[in-house]
Design a protein around this ligand. Structure first.
Ligand code: RBZ
Ligand code: NIO
Length: 337
């Protein structure tokens, strides 16, 4: 079992990532061109099927064992008035996930996926990142390890998401640290803050950038100093999936901050991931553009919880159904032009 005892061990793991199975991808691409449709007419469904073939290592991909992993964390920066909801909602929503009452419960079931919710020390918020590193190195590594260990050995696909009041502020701070710009460039209304709340969010991000200074030029230090435990756990899960060659669906802006951290460490780090949707949180569109990712869906959602990722599973099911089930021109006796 991989153990991240030091930051440098974790960094090494991020720098040496396996490639996908190009033979499987090529076979899948060749098959696409024999199916009874004009070449390319299924658009990005064709690319999605080839992507799944590459990362599952089989030219006929499967969507049978699907895991939705939701991580929850509490944020010290909530003391700055950065959310429309109180911090205790994080624990209350974890209970709601257990009871089956949240949006993601419905969407994971509807998508035919198994939902696992992992709370990370939610009774112990991170430090307020405007004043101190959100996490110590030990706390950060523990959160990354928890996320890493949450990825099953065998899965056809993993979808990642989060719950954590205040985490759109932490995600904005991570995005600013990794990609540049100030708080105002990356904050949005999150759960629905008013104009004064939006200003407080931008000020909190700017204060965090000022507090941690040049430390933030290292992506792992940025994630530790201004991120949160659930963001670190999503980062760990994304890394584990890559090392196990399991394809990943990323959710919204907060998940995107975790993904951007891996991309900053390794330019090919997100090859095994698809952006499920673009959230209404304005920073997400910018983040995806910076990562060169095109979302599968754009539904004006701003929930988190892996809700967008669950919906995108249905798109992938369509892609796989066509790829595996369609007849070829030869089989169907259709003239191939
Ligand atoms: C009832 C409720 C359920 C949620 N499910 C996800 N979030 C989302 O909102 C939070 C981030 O927004 P902010 O940064 O404004 O606090 C995160 O918990 C995120 O997952 C929720 C928020 C609430 C209130
Ligand atoms: O896009 C997200 O991840 C998001 C947006 C608003 C609130 N929580 C999460």
């Amino acid at each position: 079992m991989t153990q991240f005892k030091t930051i440098e061990r974790l960094r090494d793991a991020c720098l040496s990532l396996p490639a996908g199975d190009e033979d499987a991808a090529q076979q899948a691409a060749a098959r696409q061109n024999t199916l009874t449709k004009p070449p390319g007419s299924l658009g990005r469904l064709e690319q999605a099927a080839i992507f799944l073939a590459r990362w599952q290592g089989r030219h006929l991909p499967r969507l049978e064992t699907l895991h939705v992993l939701v991580f929850a964390g509490s944020h010290g920066v909530t003391a700055r008035g950065v959310s429309a909801f109180p911090a205790e909602v994080t624990a209350q929503m974890v209970a709601n996930f257990s009871a089956g009452g949240a949006a993601v419960n419905q969407l994971a079931r509807q998508a035919g996926a198994t939902l696992t919710v992992t709370p990370l020390d939610i009774e112990r918020p991170t430090a307020d990142f405007t004043q101190a590193p959100a996490m110590t190195e030990a706390e950060f590594l523990a959160a990354v390890q928890t996320g890493y260990d949450a990825v099953p050995e065998q899965a056809n696909l993993v979808a990642l998401g989060e719950m954590g009041i205040g985490n759109t502020t932490a995600a904005a701070a991570v995005a600013a640290a990794l990609l540049g710009g100030r708080g105002a460039d990356w904050v949005g209304r999150g759960t629905g803050v008013d104009d004064a709340g939006l200003t407080r969010k931008a000020e909190a991000v700017d204060a965090g950038l000022a507090c941690h200074g040049t430390m933030l030029s290292d992506p792992l230090a940025a994630l530790r100093c201004v991120g949160g435990r659930e963001i670190a756990a999503m980062f760990g899960a994304l890394l584990a999936a890559r090392r196990k060659r399991i394809p990943v669906l990323l959710d919204g802006f907060v998940c995107g901050a975790a993904a951007a951290t891996l991309a900053s460490l390794n330019g090919a780090g997100l090859a095994h991931a698809l952006a499920a949707h673009v959230s209404a949180e304005p920073g997400h569109r910018k983040l995806l553009a910076a990562l060169g990712m095109v979302p599968l869906l754009d539904l004006d959602m701003r929930l988190g919880e892996a809700s967008g990722a669950c919906l995108a599973i249905n798109v992938l099911r369509g892609a796989v159904a066509c790829h595996n089930g369609m007849a070829t021109f030869a089989e169907a006796g259709v003239s191939d032009g």
